[in-house]
Design a protein around this ligand. Structure first.
Ligand code: KDG
Ligand code: MG
Length: 408
């Protein structure tokens, strides 16, 4: 069996999805997602200009060898662009392998450990009242876990994760367009004073069973994060995400010494070398890597296995920039992984998105069920893809009130 061609597409409904399609001489094809939010043209160019030509003639069943060939062969290793490009190839090869076997992908990992996998949605509010409405909206739909982000009085309303567009806005963390980044102001003191009152009100209104998650988005210093974690401990969060910038991993020890709050980190990591110390020293509780920019299924499965040895559960990144292809790859890992924790999932199922990526996967009562279609179980309508155009976007840049650049 040989790879005969591979094509790269950019575009989607209000998204710049980067979709890879690998064709074989047996008529079976595989799909991969190389979307790197706000840097989409770079992963597409890496695939088109360097990798696709090396794939032609290779046996698609040799996914491990092909992964090693690209990873070791690049010489300059790792980084989100390269790992997203390898990741897309890897997803497509696993898709082909499972289609050859006539099995849904999870069967190749060892079968299901659970039927439905727990997901969380993003509740958001420019103020507490709107946030409570947004949470209620998800609870009514059957969600058991919700990430909560709230506007902070005295801070500009639309800082990270906060949308003033209402309870059902789903695009607020990816829809940054324009030719230069917009800028936001951040105030740590106001944030750490106000957020505990938000968690208190959420518990009062929704009770103890709702799983509450919160993303600090790398904004606190280690001492501030430790103090904040201690303050919010009574509200029993499911996780506190990215409390500090994860470059200084040893600093998390301070947080650990002061609080038992579960910590989730890893959406910006792209290899096992970024997280093996955090995992082995048991400084985190959830690993947030994504198959999209952490080298695909082959590499992420290694991370999941290592995490399992250290009581670290999965909580894969699932922001709206992930296409239904990489989300499907993650959902197959989720039903298999013995150390599965939760999946971030922002209902991608608009009619336009479903038409571009048809699948039978389904979300029911806050749990995600993968279909038994062979492979990833997602298709791609090439003809429809042609109607979408790339639109440039940037992540915002964050500053403190005095102008100092801070962590977005
Ligand atoms: O592209 C950046 C987003 O994916 C990120 O800001 C989303 O932090 C995020 C999350 O937890 O989904
Ligand atoms: Mg995050």
């Amino acid at each position: 069996m040989k790879i005969t061609d591979a094509k790269v597409f950019i575009g989607g409904p209000k998204k710049n999805y980067v979709t890879l399609k690998i064709m074989t001489d047996q008529g079976i094809y595989g799909l991969g997602d190389a979307t790197l939010n706000n840097r989409e043209t770079l992963t597409a160019a890496y695939l088109k200009d360097y990798l696709v030509q090396c794939l032609i003639g290779k046996d698609p069943r040799q996914s491990e060898d092909i992964w090693q060939y690209f990873y070791r062969g690049a010489y300059f290793r790792r980084g989100p662009i390269a790992m997203a490009a390898f990741g897309a190839i890897d997803m497509a090869l696993w898709d082909i392998k499972a289609k050859i076997a006539g099995l849904p992908l999870y069967q190749l990992f060892g079968g299901k450990s659970r039927e439905g996998a727990l997901v969380y949605a993003h509740a958001t509010g420019a103020d507490l009242a709107h946030l409570l409405d947004s949470i209620a909206n998800y609870v009514e739909q059957g969600y058991k876990a919700v990430r909560v982000q709230c506007g902070i009085p005295g801070m500009p309303q639309e800082s990270y994760g906060v949308s003033s567009k209402g309870a059902t806005d789903k695009d607020f963390i990816t829809s940054f367009t324009g030719s230069v980044p917009k800028e936001e102001i951040w105030d740590t003191d106001k944030y750490v004073r106000y957020m505990p009152t938000v968690f208190e009100r959420i518990r009062e209104r929704f009770g103890d069973d709702l799983k509450i998650l919160h993303d600090v988005h790398h904004r606190l210093l280690p001492r501030e994060a430790a103090a904040f974690a201690k303050t919010i401990e009574p509200f029993n969060l499911f996780w506190l995400e990215d409390p500090t910038p994860a470059e200084d991993q040893a600093s998390l020890r301070l947080l650990r010494q002061h609080s038992t709050i579960p910590i989730a980190i890893g959406e910006v990591f792209n290899s096992i070398y970024d997280c093996h110390q955090l995992i082995q020293q048991e400084l985190i509780d959830f690993i947030r890597v994504a198959v999209t920019y952490a080298g695909g299924i082959t590499h992420v499965k290694r991370i999941v296995d290592l995490a399992g040895l250290h009581h670290v559960r999965t909580g894969f990144h699932g922001a709206p920039s992930h296409s239904p292809i990489s989300m499907a790859a993650q959902h197959h890992l989720n039903v298999w992984a013995p150390n599965f924790g939760i999946q971030e999932y922002l209902v991608l199922g608009t009619p336009e998105c479903d038409a571009l990526f048809p699948s039978e996967h389904k979300l029911e009562d806050g749990l995600f069920y993968v279909s038994d279609a062979p492979g990833l179980g997602v298709d791609f309508d090439e003809a429809l893809a042609g109607q979408y155009e790339y639109e440039q976007g940037f992540h915002p840049v964050t500053r403190l009130a005095d102008g100092t650049v801070w962590n977005y």
